[in-house]
Design a protein around this ligand. Structure first.
Ligand code: MTE
Length: 396
């Protein structure tokens, strides 16, 4: 769908630079998202880059990457529909479908359960879409459709156990309270639908899948899913349903809009191209600084740094190239491995003596033996953008 983008070779680099240069006015105009026309909007969060208003979609400025836990006010926001109005008093969560004992919970009942805390990164499946060739239907995220937070809640498995999942259950659908309609030219929804996504039963029962009511030690904010959201650690962000209101257990796979028309990639079992829902995070690293087109001082030491992540796997190595991918050296991993979170990395770069321009790259490898691809895989359509991205810098 996207035609693929070659990241490494010179010819493709020119294409890439051309494409991004064209996008620069848009990136610059996005600024901090506090444009004159939206000063009064309630969800105009300072410190984030606006990609869309109404629904508000806001990007974390990745070149500001500093703290391992992203402050809530800097955590990216991805919402398909307008934010629903839900109060803690009105809110209920039902568990129904292929279960022995359907149940309905109130907010205070849920919060009275013994809580678990887990740090987990969310990355939107479209993060990096601006780097794909050709016009993409989805939002054009740069590097900041990713953030890392500490979540407080209970495992989804606890509620499934209480409801008693019947033999033969296959999928667990998580449904949000937000509703809307997608109209042509995008693939249209059958009228107004709510946002929903499913997990296979085994993932739904895994301890890393939480129903969370707190983020970074505070009650969830409205844009991030107040009162309660799912946090599906290890999967792309589309699975972590916000404003959760209903859990439906099915005895067959779910074919909802956001796992058929959207958030799907081609896979080729037995050579038969088959649309398959996006699920687990791929291995990936990103360079925070220098940022694209940053001017770096010549003949000096520059601390190149960034983050890498790999879903449920561990980052085992990040390599770094200062010559457009021709040669690589190992960067240093910072701190300890935290399951499901990102890992910071850094490299002391002795910049060239001569002024000019060059292309930097980072490439991560994980404990499953996966290494970031140099080439874009076109079968991934407009999602799962995890190949090596070049960062052009100017040396002065
Ligand atoms: N849940 C609901 N109810 N509605 C949505 O539009 N967007 C999903 C997911 N959960 C979405 C949702 C997507 S695509 C992502 S990447 C994450 O929420 C983003 O979570 P955040 O806005 O807290 O960063």
């Amino acid at each position: 769908m996207d035609g693929g983008m070659r990241a490494a070779a010179g010819a493709s680099r020119r294409t890439f630079l051309g494409g991004l240069a064209a996008a620069v006015p848009m990136l610059a105009a996005a600024g901090t998202g506090r444009g004159a026309d939206n000063e009064s909007d309630a969800l105009d969060i300072p410190g984030l880059i606006t990609r869309q208003k109404g629904p508000d979609n806001l990007e974390f400025p990745f070149s500001n990457l500093k703290s391992f836990i992203t402050p809530t006010e800097q955590f990216f926001v991805r919402s398909h529909f307008e934010v629903p109005t839900v109060t803690a008093d009105d809110w209920t969560l039902t568990v129904e479908g292929h279960v022995e004992r359907p149940l309905t919970l109130r907010y205070d009942e849920l919060r009275s359960q013994p809580a678990t805390k887990r740090t987990a990164l969310l990355e939107c499946a479209g993060n990096g879409r601006v780097f794909l060739k050709g016009l993409q239907p989805g939002l054009r995220w740069e590097l900041g459709g990713v953030s890392n937070a500490e979540w407080t809640g209970i495992p989804l498995a606890t509620l499934l156990q209480r409801a008693g999942v019947k033999p033969g259950a296959v999928d667990v659908v998580l449904e949000g309270a937000d509703t809307g309609e997608v109209r042509p030219p995008n693939p249209a929804t059958p009228g107004v639908i709510s946002y929903s996504r499913s997990l296979p039963l085994a993932k739904a029962n895994s301890p890393e899948v939480l129903l969370a009511w707190q983020m970074n030690g505070e009650d969830l904010t409205v844009p991030h899913g107040f009162p309660v959201r799912a946090v599906v650690a290890g999967w792309y962000g589309m699975a972590s349903v916000k404003w959760l209101k209903r859990i439906v257990v099915l005895d067959r796979p779910y074919d909802g809009y956001y796992q058929t028309f959207n958030y799907t990639i081609w896979q080729r079992p037995q050579g038969l191209p088959t649309l398959t829902p996006v699920t687990e995070l791929d291995v990936k690293s990103q360079i925070a600084r220098p940022a694209g087109f940053e001017v770096v001082p010549r003949n000096s030491e520059y601390r190149v740094h960034g983050a890498a992540w790999a879903g449920d796997a561990e980052i085992t190595n990040v390599e770094f190239s200062t010559d457009d991918g021709r040669t690589w050296t190992n960067a240093a991993l910072v701190g300890e491995h935290v399951p499901y979170a990102w890992r910071f990395w850094e490299h002391a770069w002795r910049t060239p003596e001569q002024p000019g321009s060059t292309v930097l790259m980072s490439r991560a490898t994980d404990s499953r033996g996966r290494t970031q691809a140099m080439e874009r895989d076109a079968d991934r359509r407009d999602a799962m953008i995890s190949h090596v991205l070049p960062v052009a810098v100017e040396i002065r």
